[in-house]
Design a protein around this ligand. Sequence first.
Ligand code: SF4
Length: 332
Amino acid sequence: MTAPLNDDNRPLPPALEARGLSRSFSVGGGLFRQDKELRAVDDINLSVQRGESLGIVGESGSGKTTLSRMMLGLMQPTQGEIRIDGRGIASIDRHELARKIQPIFQDPYSSLNPRKTIGQIIRLPLEAHGVGTGKDRNAAVEQIMAQVGLPPRLQHSYPSQLSGGQRQRVAIARALVVKPEILICDEPTSALDVSVQAQILNLLKDLRAAFNLTYIFITHDLGVLHYMADRVAVMYMGRIVELGPTSDILKAPRHPYAQALLGSILTPDPHLNLPDLDLAQGFPDPLNPPAGCAFHPRCAKARDICSTRAPQAARAQDHLIACHLYPPEAHP
Ligand code: SF4
């Protein structure tokens, strides 16, 4: 996706960028043993343009959640930085940050206060960030409820009185009421009935177009990726191993891990979660990651170099691939 231009015909900075982003955790080694380092996110570089939707897919433990928490400013990177609209996230104060980027989580019920009415829940971010007068806030709540398809009478209801789909609409309204530019959607439909999932996805798609929103879509669901994401990043053990246009990656993934992952979920039911991969070995111990390419013990195409040297990401037209089968000089 090409960068949109400003009034002087200059490219605008990406809506969101990760530069050399890493996050490690120190994990206790127990009595008489040294702590070990767990690299949950390891040297990630990506940029997302305004109005673009980037899907992120990978097995559990691939680093998706840690990456999204850093994007939301909820966790500090160990190295590198996140930039929003060209500014380092660390230099953006928390009120401004909340008005730039908001999350939508998998389970709306656990994120809604059961003792507050729907009107109070949606109004709370406006109060927390001192947006407008009381009258402005009432108007904003009414307007966003209409935009997400919630009838005005539900303002006085409690979360327990709503269906799962209505609760997710409340969570979306609460995120959007402060007019953010970016939504981090973490499996936003996986806790919903199949019949409701499509309605919420359609709503998110319509809202993206209406407000020129930028989405980061974390999902295990191929159907959701196909429907919602312009590009897909495939993560393995904290790294992006392949990144490219959704249609290309779903049709013909190139990285051996992306091939195994996406091949395993090409089932007739697009809503199935990721099954265990049919690979030579299970997911490695993140505290003792394999040397070289972290995927090499499971990779049928591994060569000698794969166990000693980690591949660097190489650009192949509009793909990025980190694999020794795709060295930079091999690309046109
Ligand atoms: Fe397989 Fe080697 Fe590529 Fe890693 S670098 S995915 S081990 S071929």
